[in-house]
Design a protein around this ligand. Sequence first.
Ligand code: NOJ
Length: 501
Amino acid sequence: MKKIGQLGPLNRRAFFGASSGTLAALAAGGLAGAPRTSQALPRVLVDAGSFPKNFWWGAATASYQVEGAANADGRKPSVWDTFCRTPGRVQNGDTGDVANDHYHLYKEDVKLMVELGIKHYRFSISWPRVVPEGRGAVNEKGMDFYKRLVDELLDHGITPHATLFHWDSPQALEDKYGSWRSREIARDFADYTTAVVSRLGDKLKHWMTINEIFCFTFMGYGVGKVPKHAPGTIVQKRKEVLQTVHHALLAHGMSCQAIRAASKDAHVSTVVNFDSYIPVVETPENIEAAKKAFVAEEHNGTVLVPILTGAYNPQAIEKLGPDAADVQPGDMATIGQPLDALGFNNYCGSYVRAAQNARGYETLPLPKGYPHMHTDWLSCVPEALYWGVRLVTDALGKKELPIYISENGCASEDVVTKNGEVFDLDRVMYLRSYLRNASRAIAEGYPLIGYFLWSLMDNFEWSYGYNTRFGITYVDYKTQQRIPKQSFRWYQQVIRAGRVL
Ligand code: NOJ
């Protein structure tokens, strides 16, 4: 196999040090002076498997999923505390009351990160821990936990990245005005943002506003049936769901403004689980089809597109007809705030091909036997990572916007052997395939700057409770023992080598 270092005048360092324009030119057919033999170039690009030196190797968790300490130091309930207590909503009646007890065991967990070798850690801040009533008084004791955590990370050379909202909105705001159904939540979220950033912004620079708008709106409010996510509200019309999406977008935009106002050198991004479309065969026609689907389908057209462009996608809006959200003057400019980067949560994707229909594309169903991982919604579609990154650039023209994978991970059955080991080889297979696609994106010049593996450790998997494990560290919930799995050992070596192993 040819290595990058064998690319004539372009040695490996020059390759990764080159500008994205240079790399794009290389991907498109070569540079003056570089060898243009038909065998060399494509093999190098596909086989690279390498990452630049300054690539963000990281792992992620979220407050409600790991912290526990539900009643400690003045925290009040979130909508997830209530949802967990509603019979039938969460498997086994599991709750986040104790979870991984990370609130008390965070030092041990930072040690785990050091052992793993990550230099970046993504966690989230619990709104009801910091502002227990959702608006008004700040709970300094709750805030102190995040100060302790950030100090511990910095002391160990790990850059903290904080998500301001990962689904645990204050129950008090649900009681007051129905959470995301009300426009008022955007202002309250901006005020909460200011409270956090003004207290932590001297030490923590990397802020992500909101995690996966899709999940707490489209999956938190359902027409006619109980939705899977908190607050789990049944609404009368689909328009009410789209209105929650609009309020979340507004909250994101106002939060961006609040971060920048409170911290001059903040790095501001958001996290979207946008849908990725893979040309079923990489022909020019199918690639065009993937671009069309990427912007026009409902989820991307009503979440990613407005965040990045300040306007809903017209086709998505046309398709929604009377179900489209009401928009007030000035909203779209607020929503389309400039970002320093975009976080991409990627697990799955859809295959697409060109079609002679009005849209110019059709998506293809996955057959029954298609490779599937250990939870109902998770198929193994590694090219989705590459195409998701590529389409932000190619379909939305965001060539200069750095992208990082804010989450990618896999559920496995995870059995502890009598020797105390966990051979999660399916997870390793999954992660390896996705990381190869990350490497391909970089090699072709797309601005992918980092990767946060979901998750550092097993945790509370929402309505699946503790039954579904996504960690590379096994957690024994009875003893709170952490056991690194085979995937942990694998990721550790990948980070060390800077390439997929
Ligand atoms: C995305 C969510 O952000 C995270 O909270 C969840 O646990 C993972 N997906 C796995 O489902």
